[in-house]
Ligand binder design. Structure first.
Ligand code: UT7
Length: 336
């Protein structure tokens, strides 16, 4: 059997911090409301000179260094995002250029906040089938460019960031042991960015050059509470494991109450759940890979552990898997 081990990882968050107190000055909200409803205390916002690409490149470089590979070793770059700097070229192609990853194919995946998980699962298939042995996967979103900072229902939730992993072929169980993907297009209207009605309206409003996110928060909340737990449970079952075999949960960081519900569903105590939502808010596609980087750094996830990863997002979409952390026995292939 061939597996896709995670052998490198990296992350980038902008320096600028937007606190709940800052938001109190901008919209009718309070630190108390935000903390009690979401668990978020602050989030990071990109500086004017930063782009989704620059954040993706910073995370990708760290991941390659950590894996000990030169960019020329990468055969495929998959970037998960829904806030690309432009429609074309893709961020994956921009990362390709910036890294000088001359041998690599490159494409973006858009599954809203689930984009990194979709990208990770897609990339894993390329490695497991034998088509590629070394793949770079990035999750990045620059949400602040698409948020209406007069809408208290969305502006308190989101932040910017990027995370990346390198996958390499392994002969031992490593990387994703199971993969669950799902979507419900019939409910897509509850979370949108740039729907036709909004775009038509914005065409006449020059001071609002970009479309912004619109959300029915309580509908998304109900969906998320159900799907995060169900998807996590399905990934464990598909891997042939039981709840007792799970060492850690690394969930998409949207809201503390959603994270708690997911943990309860798979009977995992709070101390086995990685949480950083209080520091970054919802960084969308960057959320899971940033968590993996910080959890590894803190010794929270270690070689041989079974780690459940799970995310949800607009679309609506969801994805989950059980990751066996560690390099396994990586197949070192000769680079032409
Ligand atoms: O990756 C996917 C991204 N989306 C999400 O993860 C969002 C999921 N949803 C949520 O996290 C929650 O629904 C929210 C945090 C957005 C809202 O929490 P809630 O407990 O579902 O509140 P609600 O939407 O039912 O709103 C309750 C009240 C409303 O006021 P009224 O109508 O009862 O007078 C809102 O207008 O809270 C009001 N409200 C706020 N008040 C202070 C909404 N946003 C705010 C705010 N500050 N920032």
């Amino acid at each position: 059997m061939r597996y896709a081990a995670i052998t490198g990882w990296g992350m980038h968050v902008p320096e600028r911090v937007l606190t709940n107190n800052d938001l109190e000055e901008m919209v009718a909200t309070s630190d108390d409301w935000i903390v009690s409803r979401t668990g978020i205390r602050e989030r990071r916002l990109a500086a004017p000179h930063e782009t989704a690409t620059s954040m993706a490149v910073a995370a990708a470089k760290q991941a390659c260094d950590r894996a000990g590979i030169a960019p020329q070793a990468i055969e495929l770059i998959v970037v998960g995002t829904f806030t690309a700097d432009q429609q074309m070229p893709s961020i994956a192609c921009e990362v390709h250029r910036e890294l000088g990853a001359a041998r690599a194919a490159a494409f973006d995946v858009n599954a809203a906040c689930t984009s990194f998980m979709y990208a990770l699962i897609a990339a894993t298939q390329f490695v497991r089938t034998g088509m590629y042995s070394t793949v770079l996967v990035v999750g990045v979103d620059i949400n602040s460019r698409f948020i209406d900072y007069t809408d208290r229902g969305t502006c308190v939730l989101f932040g910017d960031g990027a995370g990346a992993v390198v996958l390499q072929a392994s002969e031992e169980p490593a990387g994703l042991l199971s993969s669950v993907l799902g979507a419900d297009g019939s409910a897509g209207h509850v979370l949108t960015l740039g729907d036709p009605e909004q775009l038509a309206h914005l065409n006449g409003v020059s001071e609002m050059p970009r479309p912004y996110m619109k959300m029915n928060g309580s509908e998304v909340f109900r969906f998320a509470v159900r799907i995060m737990g169900d998807a996590a449970a399905e990934a464990i079952e598909q891997a042939g494991l039981t709840y007792q075999d799970i060492d850690a949960l690394v969930p998409h960081q949207a809201n503390m109450r959603i994270i708690d519900a997911a943990a309860r569903r798979i009977a995992l105590p709070r101390e086995k759940v990685w949480v950083n939502v209080e520091r970054y808010g919802n960084t969308s596609s960057a959320s899971v890979p940033i968590c993996l980087v910080e959890a590894e750094r803190e010794g929270f996830i270690r070689d041989g552990m079974n780690v459940v990863v799970v995310a949800f997002g607009g679309g609506l979409t969801w994805a989950s898997g059980v990751l066996r952390w560690g390099p396994g026995s990586v197949v070192r292939e000769r680079i032409a």
